[in-house]
Structure formats: structure tokens, C-alpha cells
Design a protein around this ligand. Structure first.
Ligand code: PMT
Length: 409
């Protein structure tokens, strides 16, 4: 689960000839670090950019390049496809994409692809004009139609000194593509709206009221929901986190802006998960200029912010609505109260007093409470693992609804 998606998985990495080959070396390192075993097969052209020895050292396995070498022939193309979880081709040139789309198998790499029954993930990298070429695009479309998966190239400066779409996708996007390819798509068809991070309520142009939320919990939920096949919109307060891969990210600052964003995506969503720490109060007035340090005491009057979660849950229809509760005392009782008052399907209670739980850390310890009042207390785990658990419970609520509807029909 979570970062363990890759543990114990066996991945065949096909490397074709392009300047991005050096990035494939970094990919092998990341995969091995995550617990996967990697066997690399290179085209002859790829070996001109980086020596097979580099991949051998990083993967800890022999590297395969030639179909007709005696030692390789023993572990021929068929055995390279056995006990494999996934084949990744990175970087994939226009040439290899064209060959696969046309059924050509004239070297060890393309022969291996042809015999592969497991998913194949292709990460193209080429000059932007080549990538835009109708033949290349046609080949990609054909392969997508046949079930091949792609991590599209990124935009930026290319080795040929031009700028455009064609450079090998970032390592984080490729790693996420690999995790997705290894994950059952049990949230496909769901549209998940997640909120994350703090809000900021300005006192004057310099100062604001906020809290310690970093967004880590909400970002993990958004990433895992997307990995499991959902379409995801993430409404985020100010954070320093990289955008989750494959997720539509909407940045907001104040509770008012978060409310507007959530309400405008509410009807689109089938699931709403509110992990954001929204400021309950905002200054009644906002000074236009910086407040000067003069008096000994300064009073700021505050007024209530809208409760976004209550507002969306009031008219939730068939939507699954999940809240968080963060308390420093009587956590479970308070959380149960919030679940009832706010008309939620699930609430995730995290105790700020628990070591390793709540704000800023990479771990959390939550109890998930359902609408029947049942409490599932989870042990301390990473926020990514917590996200998996929450989404499992969301899936259960959806399945119960589907069963309920069938029962009524
Ligand atoms: O971001 P991290 O550093 O990873 O930290 C994670 C977290 C501790 C912030 C997260 O796990 C968490 O508990 N988020 C909710 C914190 C919170 O605001 O709790 P609350 O008990 O005050 O609010 C209850 C629920 O109502 C929450 O789902 C909240 O998003 C929602 N709410 C609250 C106030 C408001 N005006 N509008 C809301 O929608």
C-alpha cells in the first residue's frame, strides 16, 4: 500500500536511444529504492548514450542488449516476460513507438514488448516537431486504443536547443505513472473533490491569521484517488508542496475563496473530502495600510467564516462527503458530534496531542467514524497509507449505495 506499491514488484525497463537515457538511470535508482527489482533491456542505440554497465550497477542485474548473444539467448525474450509486473519503456523514441504500433519485433526490446502480457507503460522523449508529427501521434493513439499506457512528455528546452513538448516526463510523473499502472483502478468513474492546507485571513497587507496545516494530508488523498483512477480536483490553501500528478489544482488563499471554489465544483463531484484546516474566523475589517506599532494593546475583532463542509453536506444528494476533525480533547465524541451536525458519511478524527499525528508530519494517526457511529482506530502510518484507508472506506460507502439502489429496484 502507498509507497509500498512498488515493493517486491518486478519491472522490465526498456531503454531506447536518446539523450534522456541518463534520466532512465535515475529511474532505475528510484525503483530499486522503492523495493522493486528491475531488469533493463537496451537497444543498441541506447548503449551509445550510456553504458550498460551503469544500468547493471544500479539495478544489480545483468543488462540485456543482444538477442543473439549466447548467454542472453538462455534467458530469451520469453523469459524476460515471465514473472513481470510491468514493462516500462523510458525514454521511448519515435522509432520504437512506430515499431510497436506496426508490430515490428526486430531486436530484443521490441521482441520483449511483443511477448509481454503484462501492462506496458511508454514514456516518449523526442524533438517537439517529431512528437507533433501526425504519424507519431497516430501511432500513440493506436497504442492507447490497444491498452498501452503513456506518460506524456513534458514541455521545456530540448537537447536540440529548441523549446517545446517532447522532453522525457519528470521522474516524479514517471514514478506516479508506474504506481498507477500497478494499482487497481477501483475509483474509475468517480470525481473526487479534495481540499487541503490552511487558509489565510488578512489583518493588513503584511499580516494574516492562519494555522500550521501544510496540506500533506489532503495532497496525499488527492494523489492516491487519482492513482486509483478517479478524476480529482484539489482546492488548496497556500502550501509548499509539489502539485500531485494528474490532478487539477486550484489555489486559494482565504476561507471565502475556498468556499467559492468548492461550491463551483460541488455539482461536478461524486465524492468530497475536506482535509483543509479552514480558519473559523476572519478579521472583521482589513486595514488598507500596514498597522503601525503604537499602542501597548491592539484589538482585532473577528467574525465567523462560512462552514464550507456543512454547506456542501446540506444538499449532498448521492455524494459521499468526508470531513476531518482535529481536536485537542474528547476527540471521538467531538468528531461524532461534527459528523451528525454536518450530515457527513465519514469523519476522520486526528488528535493533535498524538506524536506523529496531525499537522506538518509525514505520518498521521486517525480514527474513521461512519454514519452508524462505528469507530475504526488506525495505527500510526504515513499520510499516503492513511489516504488509502480513507479511500477504501469511501469505496465501501459507494458500494453500499449501489447495493441499496439495486435492492430498491
Ligand atoms: O495539512 P497537514 O499538515 O498534513 O495536516 C493535516 C490536518 C491536521 C490539517 C488534517 O488532517 C485535518 O485534520 N484537517 C481538518 C482540520 C480542521 O479544520 O478541523 P475542524 O475540526 O476545525 O473542522 C472540521 C471539518 O470542517 C474539516 O473537514 C474542515 O475542513 C471543515 N471546515 C471547518 C471550518 C470551516 N469554516 N469550513 C469547513 O469546511
Amino acid at each position: 500500500m502507498g509507497e509500498h506499491v512498488l515493493a517486491g514488484k518486478s519491472i522490465v525497463l526498456g531503454v531506447t536511444g536518446g539523450i534522456a537515457v541518463y534520466k532512465a538511470a535515475e529511474l532505475v535508482r528510484e525503483l530499486v529504492k522503492a523495493g522493486a527489482s528491475v531488469r533493463v533491456v537496451m537497444t543498441e542505440n541506447a548503449t551509445r548514450f550510456v553504458s550498460p554497465l551503469t544500468f547493471q550497477v544500479l539495478s544489480g542485474n545483468p543488462v540485456f542488449t543482444d538477442m543473439f548473444k549466447q548467454d542472453v539467448y538462455d534467458i530469451n525474450h520469453i523469459s524476460l516476460t515471465e514473472n513481470v509486473s510491468l514493462m516500462v519503456i523510458a525514454p521511448a523514441t519515435a522509432n520504437v513507438i512506430g515499431k510497436i504500433a506496426s508490430g515490428i519485433a526486430d531486436d530484443l526490446l521490441t521482441t520483449t514488448v511483443m511477448a509481454m502480457e503484462q501492462p506496458v507503460l511508454i514514456c516518449p522523449a523526442m524533438n517537439s516537431r517529431m512528437y507533433a508529427n501526425a504519424v507519431v501521434q497516430g501511432n500513440i493513439k493506436r497504442l492507447v486504443g490497444l491498452g498501452y499506457q503513456f506518460v506524456p512528455p513534458g514541455y521545456g528546452e530540448l537537447a536540440c536547443k529548441t523549446e517545446g513538448e517532447g522532453r522525457l516526463a519528470d521522474l516524479s510523473a514517471i514514478m506516479e505513472g508506474i504506481k498507477r499502472a500497478l494499482t487497481p483502478q477501483d475509483l474509475a468513474g468517480q470525481r473526487v473533490l479534495v481540499t487541503a492546507g490552511p487558509t489565510r485571513e488578512a489583518i493588513d497587507p503584511v499580516r494574516f491569521i492562519s494555522n500550521h496545516s501544510t496540506g500533506k494530508m489532503g495532497y496525499a488523498i488527492a494523489q492516491v484517488a487519482s492513482r486509483r483512477g478517479a478524476e480529482v480536483v484539489l482546492v488548496s490553501g497556500p502550501t509548499y508542496l509539489p502539485a500531485p500528478v494528474g490532478v487539477k489544482l486550484i489555489y486559494v488563499s482565504t476561507a471565502g475563496e475556498m468556499r467559492d471554489a468548492v461550491l463551483s465544483w460541488k455539482d461536478w463531484s461524486t465524492v468530497i473530502i475536506k482535509a483543509a484546516a479552514v480558519a473559523d474566523y476572519r478579521p472583521s475589517t482589513q486595514a488598507k495600510e500596514k498597522i503601525k506599532k503604537s499602542e501597548e494593546f491592539l484589538q482585532i475583532s473577528l467574525e465567523r467564516n462560512p462552514d464550507i463542509l456543512s454547506e456542501v453536506a446540506k444538499e449532498k444528494g448521492d455524494r459521499v462527503v468526508v470531513g476531518f476533525a482535529m481536536e485537542t480533547e474528547a476527540l471521538i465524541d467531538q468528531a461524532k458530534k461534527k459528523l451528525k451536525e454536518k450530515n457527513l458519511d465519514l469523519i476522520c478524527a486526528n488528535d493533535l496531542g498524538e506524536p506523529g499525528a496531525g499537522f506538518a508530519v509525514d505520518t498521521n494517526r486517525i480514527s474513521i467514524i461512519d454514519s452508524a457511529g462505528r469507530v475504526e482506530a488506525l495505527p500510526l502510518m504515513t499520510k499516503e497509507e492513511v489516504a488509502y484507508h480513507i479511500l477504501d472506506r469511501v469505496r465501501e460507502v459507494i458500494d453500499d449505495r449501489i447495493r441499496g439502489r439495486k435492492g430498491r429496484d
